[in-house]
Design a protein around this ligand. Structure first.
Ligand code: ATP
Ligand code: MG
Length: 397
């Protein structure tokens, strides 16, 4: 067992000593078997939430109506979720009501894919009711139970399947793939926020090319925001070199580039996807930078506007356009800029007022902007007297 799991064994023991069953479950069990890094240690138990809370002094209710209690032990936190079934589905979405049960098998049955439905005991024993181990070995994603029924219960599972194709490089088992194809319109019922999470994980997966192809072949793209008309563009995207994307903002930027969206369409597109304002701002900047960089226009002004981090992210994206990113060179170019922000300018509004004797007005910000541009372009040295001369020559005062 990995150290994160060893450390959590006392938590299982405590539940067991109180007469309950407890297991490690979820994606990290899969990741251990695949010898991949694990993110979170999830525990499933036959104890009901109130019983869990009585056993551990420090807990936080993070989703108690779904049976999940966060338990704090030795500086670590664990999600402990009561065995449950999700019987009362409505609207093809995750149910509001769950039923707590005392049986592990019932709990594992409601999970999406066989490779996500393992339970692990503290002695390393794997509980595998659905032949997940053989699917894992053959690199197959198979829905637990009847795929059509499972996707009707929660249509997001179709997107999860596609993102696992991209993350793990596994293939969809045939019936599972057919069920996704046939039921893709159900995605319309799913909240954009939930689709967004899976979509981004797909774009960042190590087998993005196959992931996007599967996304198009199963037709799931049709019910994702703003993509309906873009099947062919997505297929072209999937033909780009399969090198993994590093960050979410770069993923959106490359996508937007491949869809050939205009810069003024970026905001609307990402709003449809319910991206945060911060993400939208960053992607707008990267799209602007990439468009300039592709036309070899990464001049001082553009670099200054982008900032170092965005400039490097843009440069990294050039890999997908057949150019070796020259990160060192871009970093050097950036570091050589005479100033990095307006704050470093040798003059400010106050100094302008004193120097000119004029009344405050819009002219000040215009003059400062002119000075900023001139300094960035190395037309004028960043010294107050020289800047005053330059601004007078340009009739700002
Ligand atoms: P990741 O490594 O990205 O966290 P994960 O498989 O752990 O992937 P989570 O969203 O953390 O995904 O979910 C944890 C577990 O809960 C899954 O492994 C799966 O067993 C179950 N699960 C999650 N979402 C669903 C769903 N929509 N339907 C059925 N089971 C689900
Ligand atoms: Mg997880």
């Amino acid at each position: 067992l990995p150290p994160e799991y060893e450390k959590a064994i006392p938590v299982l023991n405590k539940l067991e000593q109180a007469g309950f069953q407890a297991y490690f479950v979820g994606g990290s069990v899969r990741d251990i078997l695949l010898k991949q890094e694990i993110h979170d240690v999830d525990i499933a138990t036959s104890a009901f939430p109130e019983e869990v809370k009585q056993l551990f002094p420090r807990t936080i209710d993070i989703g108690i109506e779904h049976g999940t209690v966060l338990v704090l032990v030795n500086e670590e936190q664990y999600e402990i979720t009561t065995f449950r079934t999700e019987s009362a589905y409505q609207d093809y979405r995750r149910p509001d009501h769950v039923e707590f049960v005392r049986s592990l098998e019932e709990d594992l049955k409601r999970r999406d894919f066989t490779i996500n439905a393992f339970a692990l005991k503290e002695d390393g024993q794997i509980i595998d009711f659905f032949d997940g181990l053989s699917d894992l070995k053959r690199q197959i994603l198979r829905a637990v139970g009847n795929p059509k029924e499972r996707f009707h219960e929660d249509a997001l599972r179709m997107m999860r399947g596609i993102r696992f194709v991209s993350q793990l490089g596994f293939k969809l088992e045939q019936e599972t793939a057919i069920a996704i194809q046939e039921n893709h319109p159900l995605l319309e019922k799913i909240s954009v926020e939930r689709i967004n999470v899976e979509f981004i994980k797909m774009l960042l997966g190590k087998e993005r090319s196959v992931g996007i192809k599967t996304f198009v072949e199963t037709q799931c793209y049709i019910y994702c925001p703003g993509l309906r008309e873009y099947g062919e563009a997505l297929l072209r995207f999937s033909d780009l070199p399969n090198e993994s994307l590093k960050t979410e903002s770069q993923a959106w930027t490359l996508l937007i580039d491949q869809l050939a969206l205009q810069e003024n369409q970026v905001r609307f597109f990402l709003k449809q996807w319910k991206c945060s304002n911060q993400m939208i701002k960053e992607v707008q900047l990267l799209v602007f930078g990439l468009n300039r960089r592709k036309k070899r226009l990464l001049d001082a002004q553009t670099l200054y506007h982008l900032g170092k981090e965005a400039a490097l992210k843009v440069e990294e994206l050039m890999f997908y356009f057949g150019e070796m990113p020259q990160l060192k060179k871009v970093a050097q170019q950036y570091d050589r800029l005479p100033i990095k922000s307006m704050g470093e300018l040798a003059i400010d509004g106050k100094m302008l007022l004193t120097e000119s004797g004029k009344k405050p007005g819009k002219w000040i910000s215009e003059a400062l902007q002119l000075a900023e541009e001139a300094v960035v372009a190395a037309k004028v040295v960043n010294k107050s007297d020289e800047l005053f001369v330059y601004l007078k020559q340009n009739n700002t005062f």
